[in-house]
Write a protein of this length. Structure first.
Length: 789
DNA sequence: GAGTTTGAAACT
DNA sequence: CAGTTTCAAACTC
């Protein structure tokens, strides 16, 4: 690994120049090359020794960590791309690494990536790009020089992909491939390659991972000494500690080259071919984001694998499709924002031609995801750097490269920034195949880039994502659109606005609020929320952020507790989630979508100033689920509604009910009493604790993640989907997580009824408990966040 | 499809 | 920070 990688790096350096290597490295590389011969055997041994260990760690770590840290991790990008498989291993690394990553990985990789991009851009002409795009669409991997990388990825990926199926196979082969590819292609993509390799290796489950880490270690150590034992011991250490760097590198690698996805493969076959490439890239690009999202654990890993696998294999494993679909959604969200940023850069660098480049690289990866998501994590590092708050815009501004163009084109409408919300994807029923179908159908033949703006991403997600797609696309009427969206369950991802006066540059605009560009389906007038007006959009976002840093942050925050504790339930149960600011409903009883809490599928919390809260998902009181009781009590009028609930909600409501075990109890506790009364949040069950950990349940901001150092993707506000919520938690932006959602954000006590403690945690109960919560929350949340970032 | 209601966002 | 206005979604007819 190390050799191949280094070699590639050298070559790349020649071409690209510079970036890759520091003098030390070059030396190390040379040395390593010489040493490598010797090392092989020892290294392998070393790896072998290591590999067993890691798996164990990985497993445990994932489980333990995921709940708390993962949310952060995923956001980090860190190793995510590596893959679900890796995650287990890297879990620690990620956390540890995250901090380190920025330095090491970000610098080198980012630079490399940029170089690549530039190179590619310079090399490729627009025509070539177009050709590539077409190829990609066709399923062919692009052949251009820049594209070579993609090929490499593909090839290497293939093995891995298969490996995924059979974990055992493949590690070394992949390595060999890597080396070859690296040497042969000597593409700028060197970064990519490593990444791919890693991905593939990881896919193989691990031993490979060790290798990677080892390779790095080897480099460092080779120079100094040949003592294998020492190396091994060191390596082991390194693996643990340094691994982060490795992960970083992976991330980096993924970001740059991989960042670009081919827009969409038309055919399954194409898919397959693309998929072959895809794993690497996807893993690489999406990988981070994906991982971020996926980190959750074994299950996540599996899903990811499945995704990659599916994509890669093209295999059409239907089984995985669903999962993949989910992930895709996840990825998209994440990707989107990242994309946005990355994309823009990319565009800038490439001078707009990027799309092709992106396509190429992406194309290779093109998997369903790609189609769906144009996004790529792209250069996470750069993004990470961005200080911005999590706003998507920020992310965009900062990380132009990431943006991907979704070419979708058309059919759909346009381009959307992918919203976090692609919640649709998550919907169980449709997900996989539908998405694929949609995607396929949608196949973006067009990729014409309007320009940089376009780069931003047209997200297909809405359309692709789901149910919505076809219908929505066709339909223009805002109402229909909305409803569809709701029905689809998507909440925000595919939002369609109908703004008349706000120019879609205010939070009134759902699209804007979600960090997404308005698309055709939108019925907005005078819309400035389009790629063309990117500058304006970004500026506006900044202004809004300056006013309220969390303006674009997910509105719904999930309590970590729920995650860890409740586990399944928590993820599902809305109860754990809370609206960051809380609602202020006066007349709706929090039983209609007017209520953001209700709309987000979460219960009202202390932060809420609502009157007569009947929120079926949970009252302020913390009475938790409530539902019926409350409703019964006060709302006689509302009752019908409750039962009815919005169609869109029904699903969620049902789920919630199941999860929450809604108190069907009619008795209604007087709404107010419950609410205000502060029934103990804790009493309600999980709420208090949940609140304590702020996890973001839904997120409105697509971009958001990036803004904060890490590119977290805020999941779209899942207004309806709870699935999202669970996922989101993981995805939650670090900052969000760190701070108690509510507390951190704002203490709401407008009315003074309830004041969230300063730090706010969300604490449901005012009073003493709140204090407790604060402590707990504050502590866990922040720490976790920082490390990753 | 038009009009009303609602509550968040924006403004003062 | 509080009150008011603006806005667009949600809802109703």
């Amino acid at each position: 690994m190390g050799e191949g990688f280094e070699i590639s790096a050298k070559e790349s350096n020649q071409e690209e120049g510079e970036v890759m290597d520091t003098p030390e490295r070059s030396k190390n590389n040379q040395i390593a090359a010489s040493i490598s011969k010797f090392e092989d055997s020892p290294v392998f041994n070393f790896l072998n020794s290591l590999s067993p260990i890691k798996p164990v760690k990985s497993i445990h770590i994932t489980q333990t960590i995921n709940p708390l840290s993962f949310a952060t991790l995923p956001s980090v990008f860190t190793s995510p791309h590596v893959s679900s498989l890796r995650e287990s291993r890297f879990l620690r690394r990620h956390q540890l690494s995250d901090p380190s990553k920025p330095e090491f990985s970000s610098d080198e990789r980012s630079t490399i990536d940029t170089n690549k991009v530039n190179i590619e851009s310079s090399k490729q002409s627009d025509e070539e790009r177009e050709n590539l795009n077409q190829r990609v669409s066709d399923g062919e991997v692009a052949g251009g020089p820049s594209y070579d990388c993609s090929k490499l990825v593909v090839e290497s990926a293939e093995d891995p992909s298969y490996d995924f199926n059979s974990p055992n196979s493949g590690l070394r082969p992949s390595c060999g491939l890597k080396a070859k590819h690296m040497a042969d292609y000597a593409c700028n993509s060197s970064t990519l390659v490593p990444f791919v390799q890693e991905a593939s290796q990881r896919g193989s489950y691990g031993s490979e991972v060790n290798i990677e880490g080892v390779s790095q270690v080897d480099q460092d150590k080779d120079v100094s000494s040949c003592d294998w034992e020492n190396l091994i011991s060191d390596a082991s250490n390194l693996l643990i500690f340094e691994s982060p760097n490795g992960t970083d590198s992976y991330k980096k690698s993924t970001d740059p080259g991989t960042s670009f996805y081919a827009s969409i493969p038309n055919d399954m076959q194409n898919m397959h071919s693309l998929c072959a490439a895809g794993p690497g890239e996807q893993a690489g690009e999406g990988g981070e984001p994906e991982h971020l999202s996926t980190q959750p654990g074994e299950g996540s890993e599996i899903t990811e694998i499945a995704d990659s696998h599916d994509i890669i294999a093209g295999s059409s494993k239907m089984d995985y499709e669903h999962l993949s679909g989910l992930y895709r959604g996840m990825r998209r969200r994440c990707l989107v924002f990242e994309m946005a940023g990355g994309r823009r850069k990319h565009m800038d660098e490439n001078s707009g031609s990027d799309s092709s480049a992106m396509l190429q690289s992406d194309g290779s990866t093109s998997s369903n995801d790609q189609k769906l998501l144009p996004m790529r994590t792209g250069n996470d590092s750069s993004r990470r750097v961005l200080p911005g708050i999590g706003l998507h815009l920020n992310a965009l501004a900062t990380t132009p490269k990431d943006y991907k163009i979704v070419n979708h084109d058309s059919s759909a409408s346009g381009r959307l920034l992918i919203g976090p919300s692609t919640s649709v994807n998550f919907h169980p029923s449709t997900t996989g195949q539908e998405l694929l179908n949609n995607i396929l159908s949608v196949a973006p033949s067009d990729r014409e880039i309007d320009g940089i703006d376009n780069a931003l991403l047209p997200v297909e997600d809405c359309q692709a994502s789901g149910y919505m797609a076809n219908e929505e696309i066709n339909q223009n009427s805002p109402k229909k659109k909305r409803r569809r969206v709701e029905q689809s369950g998507e909440g925000e991802a595919c939002k369609r606005c109908n703004c008349k006066k706000s120019k879609c540059l205010k939070l009134y605009c759902e699209c804007f609020a979600a960090g997404v560009y308005c698309v055709e389906p939108c019925a907005c007038i005078d819309c400035f929320n389009k790629p063309i007006h990117e500058d304006t959009v970004l500026a506006t976002r900044k202004q809004i952020e300056s006013r309220n840093p969390l303006a674009f942050a997910p509105k719904v925050i999930r309590g970590p507790d729920s995650l860890s504790e409740t586990g399944d339930d928590s993820s599902k149960t809305p109860a754990s989630a809370r609206h960051k600011r809380g609602c202020n409903c006066k007349k709706s009883g929090c039983l209609k979508k007017y209520c953001e809490c209700y709309q987000g599928g979460v219960g009202c919390s202390i932060n809420c100033r609502c009157e007569g809260c009947k929120n079926a998902f949970g009252r302020k009181d913390g009475s938790g689920v409530i539902s019926t009781e409350v409703e019964v009590e006060e709302d006689e009028t509302d009752m019908p509604e409750k039962s009815m609930l919005d169609p869109s909600f029904q699903n969620t409501a049902v789920e919630n009910d199941l999860e929450q075990n809604i108190d069907s109890a009619p008795p209604a506790t007087p709404l107010r009493a419950g609410r205000q009364s502060v029934q103990l949040p804790f009493s309600s069950k999980k709420k208090p604790p949940r609140s304590s950990f702020p996890s973001i349940g839904s997120s409105s901001g697509i971009y958001a993640g990036q803004g904060f150092g890490k590119p977290r993707f805020l999941p779209p506000p899942p207004k309806f989907d709870k699935h999202f919520e669970t996922v989101r938690e993981e995805e939650m932006p670090d900052f969000l997580q760190g701070g108690s959602p509510v507390s951190g954000i704002k203490s709401l006590s407008p009315n003074g009824k309830r004041v969230s403690p300063p730090h706010g945690v969300v604490g449901t109960s005012p009073g003493l408990r709140s204090s407790r919560k604060l402590i707990l929350q504050s502590i866990p949340s922040f720490p976790s966040l920082t490390p990753n970032q």
